[in-house]
Design a protein around this ligand. Structure first.
Ligand code: ADP
Ligand code: MG
Length: 237
């Protein structure tokens, strides 16, 4: 018999609590994921977890801060998108709850790629998601921002909105993702990211992903993460 939605969510909450962080995981189906996410992943032909996904997603689902390092092409995007979607789903996030997750990406091109993956794997969810990368008038973006649950943004544009968009609220934010943090810093966005973080609630989950672990990334991690889980995947020889 099909369980009612409420009951399914409380089952899922329990499964995530009981999830063994040491268990070795092979497939997305080994994780306690909602039906809309599981079906979105399989419709996108994602079945086997990459190494970084197998090691990071469980911590992400449990609300832990993460410092994740793995080379380009290793699947870092889903390592944070799956927890972002699932954690909002288990909190029964709706349009009325406002912005739940903010994902920062160094370039427009990378932000677009994240947004496309979010649209694919999140296709069976009802969250509103926006891409804020400039190129449109600030005004046009401002009108949409207040209604978004998940935003994918470049740092400069995000700070512009935080400073100038009066109705844009971040009080309820649950999760911050700093993707490709090494590139964000290489591109000179250190101060911009610091200023964005100043606008956000201190109580939140932060997931920082990077292709390389540089000193600057370490500094940003110290500033933005609380007791993070370090997940670093090295290439085997
Ligand atoms: P990174 O951010 O680490 O550079 P991406 O998240 O952009 O890597 O993923 C690289 C490519 O691998 C993308 O085309 C993505 O669709 C694909 N990919 C990611 N995870 C999986 C997976 N579990 N199974 C198959 N392909 C995957
Ligand atoms: Mg990436």
């Amino acid at each position: 018999k099909r369980k009612r939605g409420e009951e399914q969510i409380s089952d899922l909450v329990k499964q995530v609590e009981e999830l063994d962080l040491k268990a070795s995981l092979k497939n997305f189906s080994d994780l306690p994921l909602s039906e809309p996410t599981a079906s979105g992943l399989s419709a996108s032909h994602y079945k086997t977890l990459t190494d970084i996904q197998a090691r990071a997603i469980s911590h992400g689902l449990k609300g832990r801060d993460i410092l994740g390092a793995a080379k380009t092409g290793s699947g870092k995007t889903l390592a944070f998108l799956v927890p972002v979607i699932e954690n909002l789903y288990r909190k029964k996030w709706t349009e009325l709850d406002g912005l739940g997750a903010l994902i920062l990406s160094p370039t427009r091109e990378l932000a677009i790629q994240i947004f496309e993956q979010l649209r694919k794997v999140g296709r069976n969810h009802h969250f509103s998601a926006g891409l804020i990368i400039g190129g449109k008038s600030l005004r046009e973006e401002q009108d949409r921002m207040g209604r978004m649950n998940i935003l994918v943004c470049t740092p400069g544009r995000m700070l512009q909105h935080l400073d100038q968009t009066a109705m844009f609220e971040t009080n309820n934010l649950q999760m911050l993702v700093l993707d490709e943090a090494d590139r964000i810093l290489d591109m000179g966005f250190q101060k911009t990211v610091d200023a964005i973080i100043d606008h956000l609630p201190k109580q939140r989950q932060t997931m920082l992903f990077s292709a390389t672990q540089t000193k600057k990334v370490g500094d940003l991690a110290r500033l933005s993460l609380q007791e993070p889980e370090y997940v670093s995947v090295h290439e085997s020889a």
